[in-house]
Design a protein around this ligand. Sequence first.
Ligand code: NAP
Ligand code: NAG
Ligand code: NAG
Length: 358
Amino acid sequence: MSSNKKLILVLGATGAQGIAVIDKLLAPSEDGLPSPYVVRALTRDPHGKRAVELSEKGVECVKGSLDDIPSIISALRGVHGAWINVDGFTVGEEKETYLGIRIFELAKEVGTVKHFVWSSLDYGYKKSGYNPKYQCGHYDAKGRVADWMKSQTSLSHGMTWTVVTTGPYIEMLGIHMFGPLGQRKDGTLVFATPVGEGHVPMIALRDLGFFARYTFDHREAVSGKELEVASDIVGWDYLVSTFQKVTGQKAIAHYQTFEEWFNNFDNVDLPLAHDLDKGVKVEGVTTWRTNFTAWWSLWRDDIITRDMNWIRKVNPRGYTLEKWMRENNYTGNLRIDLLKNGEDGKGVRINRKVVSEL
Ligand SMILES: NC(=O)c1ccc[n+]([C@@H]2O[C@H](COP(=O)([O-])OP(=O)(O)OC[C@H]3O[C@@H](n4cnc5c(N)ncnc54)[C@H](OP(=O)(O)O)[C@@H]3O)[C@@H](O)[C@H]2O)c1
Ligand SMILES: *[C@@H]1O[C@H](CO)[C@@H](O)[C@H](O)[C@H]1NC(C)=O
Ligand SMILES: *[C@@H]1O[C@H](CO)[C@@H](O)[C@H](O)[C@H]1NC(C)=O
């Protein structure tokens, strides 16, 4: 039945990103024809809730882990393409850098993979001229792998590669990162942020899925290229005025220092990488606070930019902030089921007492 369809392996398939990518890969083509793709998902638990939901959509879920290289080799066998999103929040910067390069090599070694797609993030440290202020481990690991890939040939008669550099999900407006942390007695929602005058090129997960599909649909055209994608460039005055326009609700942008913003959370001094997080403070290990200080600095100082003309040309029906808020009936409510890591109880906790005084 599906024998003439192209099989795509997705790593990080049960994540917020993976699900969005898979939904677009399986969707009918723009001309209404059935999708030319079928999907294989690698997961540590094929019986987990999200994996079962993927199976119900016809996805082949195979058991494997970033800690088990043979399972990755097996998963690569027989696929046409691969969408590789390595979870830096689980494995940490050093391991992610190694794994990215290693998985590319393995795809070459297997020999039958036609299109290797690396889901990347901006190499902020390099883009800032190697300024340590902007050294953000979970960005640089992906960017470093992308840079290394550029030294590898991309062969249309062999394996082509493409880097798709995404950015913060606009859906993080529904969690602590971008959503309103507090609400005052008169109902005013408080969008607290350390972004200052800067901007975040956010991406709606559906647009991320669009660009993933676009990449596999245009293998020759995107061979050996990096696509830097986004949906809208968001500063916090624009965020709040759009929110008020869409919802009619009272809201303010509350500009905080890094120190003040991190103080809204409880466990920001634990290791960033969950594999290293034993629930205690460890000296010399990157913490959530150190890396997200660098992360916010990248936006605050507008180190990372996007070519919105090119983006709108390729994806004319893509989201703006306003369109996303309207389509999702956004009210500023926070949810926990966006990121799988969040749903699994990993990540930072809001300090209710502190935010009640915002
Ligand atoms: N949050 C954002 O705005 C954003 C934006 C762009 C890129 N990213 C990047 O995306 C990555 C996280 O993906 P996500 O946003 O989809 O988060 P998520 O919803 O928390 O999903 C995490 C995914 O990683 C998989 N995973 C974790 N550890 C694994 C391991 N040891 N072996 C195999 N798979 C493992 C999980 O699969 P199982 O649990 O099923 O094994 C799950 O699919 C991070 O590298 C992050 O930097 C995040
Ligand atoms: C972020 O983490 C990296 C290691 O992952 C570390 O080298 C760097 O100094 C941290 N960034 C900041 C600004 O502290
Ligand atoms: C938003 O609300 C409209 C009208 O009530 C509804 O049709 C739509 O499904 C909602 N969208 C989402 C994403 O909940």
